[in-house]
Ligand binder design. Structure first.
Ligand SMILES: Cc1cc2nc3c(=O)[nH]c(=O)nc-3n(C[C@H](O)[C@H](O)[C@H](O)COP(=O)(O)O)c2cc1C
Ligand SMILES: Nc1ncnc2c1ncn2[C@@H]1O[C@H](COP(=O)(O)OP(=O)(O)O)[C@@H](O)[C@H]1O
Length: 306
């Protein structure tokens, strides 16, 4: 996948199928839009923004399900050919027709795919119907891909955020089409884990990112291309105290240095809420119990997970 950032649009040698949207989470509804574009047989160009429009317009946005880094990896794995980042600050004043003229026409759009609720042009006033109308004028077909639904309605990033905040990881995984993962750099802690015989990689969950329910999860961690079983704890560790919201993961049967590396941790199922213990000994006893519970759960769910 070739990535183009802001200012400069790529010089396309052949016409492309364009995929439009933010795609936070890249859930099964998003995947349907991407697949529809790929079915044209054309090369696909996903056109998105560096910053979320809501962030620029309202200085406020829903917490992210995926970082740009994660989305890039997922798009690449789905075999999207080009990823084009536009700067929303410069795009936001363009009228709907100017957006077509300044972005879709120069990249040789032959077909444009969007979700059922896609909006574009100044004030987000234009939608799929306008895209179709402009398509006729500028020589591309416009396709509005219907929502993927389950028994509770359309799959949406909003629903998935709620599931994650509630610790309903299996439900979230169903709508994402893969387990929910966090991927952040490994930072230094107080080295207490090692003293307890349970070293953990510590990862800060930044503001603006969705934060799973505080508590303990059966997990796995991607280390050097291999998913390893693990147990993770999300929260502020009230027993010892923490200034940050952390995801701390103990990787089973592993002993290596992971500081400063970006490690992806999948949270499969919620085991128990975070607790404040009277002391470190009580905490250690509970952590050992958590390890047994996580191992038992992971052994029972060997299939369908990384
Ligand atoms: C499986 C697991 C469960 C945990 N549960 C709790 C908990 O309920 N309450 C709490 O205060 N800390 C909890 N922690 C966090 C520990 O306090 C923390 O990992 C330990 O203090 C080591 O910190 P360090 O990484 O800074 O050395 C848990 C950690 C793990 C790995
Ligand atoms: N099995 C393991 N699971 C997690 N981290 C491990 C493991 N083995 C070694 N490590 C390393 O040890 C560090 C964690 O040790 P710990 O004493 O908890 O220190 P800290 O308080 O800095 O997190 C991790 O960042 C990682 O580099």
């Amino acid at each position: 996948m070739e990535i183009y950032r802001a200012d400069k649009l790529p010089d396309m040698r052949e016409p492309v199928a364009v995929i439009l949207g933010m795609f936070d989470g890249v859930h099964v509804g998003h995947a349907a839009v991407i697949r529809a574009a790929q079915e044209t047989g054309l090369r696909t160009a996903l056109v998105t923004f560096t910053e979320h429009p809501a962030q620029v317009l309202k200085n406020r946005r829903a917490p992210e399900l995926t970082t740009a880094r994660q989305r890039e990896r997922i798009f690449a794995a789905m075999q999207v050919d080009f990823l084009i980042y536009l700067d929303f600050k410069t795009i936001k004043s363009l009228s709907a027709e100017e957006f077509i003229q300044n972005v879709l026409v120069p990249i040789r759009t032959k077909a444009a795919f969007c979700g059922f609720n896609y909006t574009f042009g100044a004030g987000g006033k234009a939608g799929p119907a306008e895209l179709e109308r402009f398509g006729e004028r500028y020589g591309f077909t416009a396709v509005r891909v219907p929502p993927v639904c389950d028994a509770d309605g359309p799959v949406s990033s909003t629903r998935i955020r709620e599931q994650i905040v509630d610790g309903r990881m299996e439900d979230a995984a169903r709508l994402l089409g893969r387990p929910f993962t966090l991927e952040f750099p490994v930072i230094h802690g107080r080295q207490l884990g090692r003293k307890l015989g349970i070293p953990t990689i510590n990862q800060r969950i930044p503001d603006g990112h969705v934060c799973p329910r505080y508590g303990v999860y059966a997990a796995s961690a991607l280390v050097d291309g291999c998913w390893r079983d693990a147990v993770a704890s999300v929260g502020v560790k009230p027993t010892v105290g923490s200034d940050d919201v952390l995801c701390e993961t103990f990787i089973f049967d592993y002993d290596g240095d992971l500081y400063d590396r970006w490690i992806e941790v999948a949270l499969h199922t919620f085991l128990r809420p975070e607790e404040r213990f009277a002391g470190v000994e009580e905490l250690k006893t509970q952590m050992e119990r958590d390890i047994r519970h996580a191992k038992a759960w992971l052994a029972r769910h060997k299939r369908n997970r990384p």
